[in-house]
Design a binder for this molecule. Structure first.
Ligand SMILES: [Zn+2]
Length: 297
């Protein structure tokens, strides 16, 4: 309603001013003049330009969201609570020049997306593999630069290990890791707090470990994983060992046959966050640069 009134005033004012050769007579003393300013000032409640809303802008622009995860986010995960038949395969210590490409083909053939916790030095040595992992829709997490035990490092050493590793992945693929797996699972409150506060990484542990690095044999690795998987499990293997890769086709097919769907670690965390009460802000995966394909949701 106010808009139409205001519009009418605007039209009449403008048409009055646009008549050529006709000028209003000069006012004389004592004349009550029409308050000219009334015509040009909008009524108090007329719709004005929307005020900038910093919160809305931030929500609409996910890259502007705070890097520190919000209250309610967990510092570490070894699995999630869910009824959904979902699980996350995680592959540590690569990339490896022959085993990782073989694994990628096995995953590609089954349209399975996994999470690779790369050692920074290996990422630096094999940048094409880092790019391929991202291009094929997998996720990359930080597994430190040298694969040292974080609990025996100073805060500054931890910062350096994580930054160098993240930088190597970024230089290779334009992608910054959003999670960490501590080598050997060595972690304590100091390490977790530092990583969470300064890097925004949740610490990703696991719920099923077939100890494939001990090379127990293909069938043992497979049976440990297939028998251990539960809804929300995080499964741990290492893609630097050839027998582990040999075990993957049978393992993945049997887990699929049980009705599970494979998701990345971030997707798994988002499944849990999606069941949180309304108002808990979910921090999105942050892909830097335009180069890599976004992760499928
Ligand atoms: Zn490792």
């Amino acid at each position: 309603m106010y808009l139409s009134i205001w519009f009418g005033i605007m039209v009449s004012t403008q048409s009055g001013c646009s008549i050529p050769g006709k000028s209003a007579p000069p006012p004389y003393a004592g004349q009550i003049q029409a308050p000219a300013t009334v015509a040009v000032a909008p009524p108090p409640s007329a719709p004005a330009q929307p005020r900038p809303n910093p919160m809305a802008r931030r929500l609409n622009e996910p890259t502007n969201m705070p890097s520190v995860p919000p209250a309610g986010a967990r510092l570490s995960y070894s699995s999630i609570q869910t009824d959904q038949m979902v699980t996350a395969m995680t592959f540590d210590d690569g990339p490896h020049p022959s085993n990782t490409p073989r694994l990628l083909k096995i995953l590609r053939d089954r349209n399975i997306k996994g999470t690779f916790f790369l050692v920074g030095k290996n990422a630096k040595a094999y940048p094409a593999l880092v790019r391929q992992i991202i291009a094929e829709g997998h996720e990359i997490g930080n597994h430190t630069w040298t694969h040292g035990s974080l609990t025996s490092m100073s805060d500054d050493q931890i910062r350096k290990e994580l930054k160098m590793s993240a930088d190597a992945v970024y230089e290779a693929a334009g992608y910054r890791p959003q999670t960490i797996r501590p080598p050997y699972g060595a972690v304590n409150a100091r390490v977790k707090d530092l990583i969470f506060t300064e890097f925004g990484y949740p610490t990703i542990m696991w719920s099923v470990d077939p100890q494939d690095w001990r090379r127990p044999g293909v069938s043992v690795v497979t049976s440990r994983l297939v028998n251990g998987v539960r809804p929300g499990s995080i499964l741990l293997v290492h893609d630097i060992h050839a027998p582990t890769i040999d075990a993957m086709p049978g393992t993945l097919d049997q887990i699929l046959a049980k009705g599970y769907r494979f998701v990345t670690v971030s997707q798994l965390m988002n499944i849990e966050k999606a069941s949180m009460p309304v108002g808990v802000l979910v921090r999105p995966a942050n892909v830097v640069g335009a180069d890599p394909e976004p992760l499928p949701q």
